[in-house]
Write a protein that binds this ligand. Structure first.
Ligand SMILES: Nc1ncnc2c1ncn2[C@@H]1O[C@H](COP(=O)(O)OP(=O)(O)OP(=O)(O)O)[C@@H](O)[C@H]1O
Ligand SMILES: [Mg+2]
Length: 213
């Protein structure tokens, strides 16, 4: 059995990750590929419980290090129970956020030591890396405005621990994402996500050509 491909989508809030994840999944399914669409933090029942813990704005403080450990705990559960088994069955996995999000948000945004993040990544990934990462890049104010409009349209009134962050925080996240993608240009494709939906979708589709299928 040939292992499936592992594709991850990254970018700040409102960049269009969920939109592009669905578009890529549809396009691949039309080509007869079986696709598993998933997200982080979360993706399995237990990991989704950790997602709720880490996103919820509660009474107690949650340090940046504690947040990082919870992200990797959820990731370990997700990789063991969903991602690796699916890839081994030959399915392709499209994941909305992965370890680059921890590098960008906890590392870039909150200042967690990059060496700590890489050490946790080595233990939790156990050699698994995405075959392709699509970074949807756009100015922070545009992303935040899209996310706000979507929340309003869907009648979501509660905002989570990240959605309540400042523009400066998201500028640091965006800058770290771009640094990662430029440094690892073999794996990462940067797409201008401020473009219209059709153009962004077309750019994401052409990024698939890097996978040779
Ligand atoms: N290229 C685009 N141009 C304009 N609007 C877009 C574009 N792509 C997505 N949108 C809209 O912007 C909103 C945010 O998109 P989406 O939910 O896909 O982003 P996301 O990156 O998954 O956000 P989050 O991190 O908050 O989950 C949605 O309402 C979506 O329809
Ligand atoms: Mg989303």
């Amino acid at each position: 059995m040939i292992r499936g491909k592992f594709i991850t989508l990254e970018g700040i809030e409102g960049a269009g990750k969920s939109t592009i994840a669905a578009a890529l999944a549809n396009a691949l399914q039309e080509r007869g590929i079986s696709v598993r669409q998933t997200r982080e933090p979360g993706g399995t029942p237990l990991a989704e419980r950790l997602r709720q813990l880490v996103l919820h704005r509660g009474e107690e403080s949650l340090s940046a290090e504690a947040e990082t450990l919870l992200m990797f705990a959820a990731r370990a559960i997700h990789l063991d129970n969903l991602v690796r088994p699916a890839l081994e069955r030959g399915e392709w996995v499209i994941c909305d956020r992965f370890t680059d999000a921890t590098r960008a948000y906890q590392g870039g945004g909150r200042g967690v030591d990059a060496a700590l993040i890489e050490q946790l990544a080595v233990s939790v990934h156990r050699g698994l890396e995405p075959d392709l990462t699509v970074l949807l890049d756009l100015p922070v104010t545009i992303g935040l405005e899209r996310a706000r409009a979507r929340r309003q349209a869907q009648g979501e009134s509660v905002i989570d621990r990240f959605e309540s962050e400042t523009v400066q925080f998201f500028e640091r996240v965006r800058a770290r994402y771009l640094e990662i993608a430029r440094r690892d240009s073999q794996r990462c494709q940067i797409i201008d996500a401020s473009a219209d939906p059709d153009s962004v979708r077309a750019a994401a589709m052409s990024a698939l050509q890097r996978l040779g299928s």
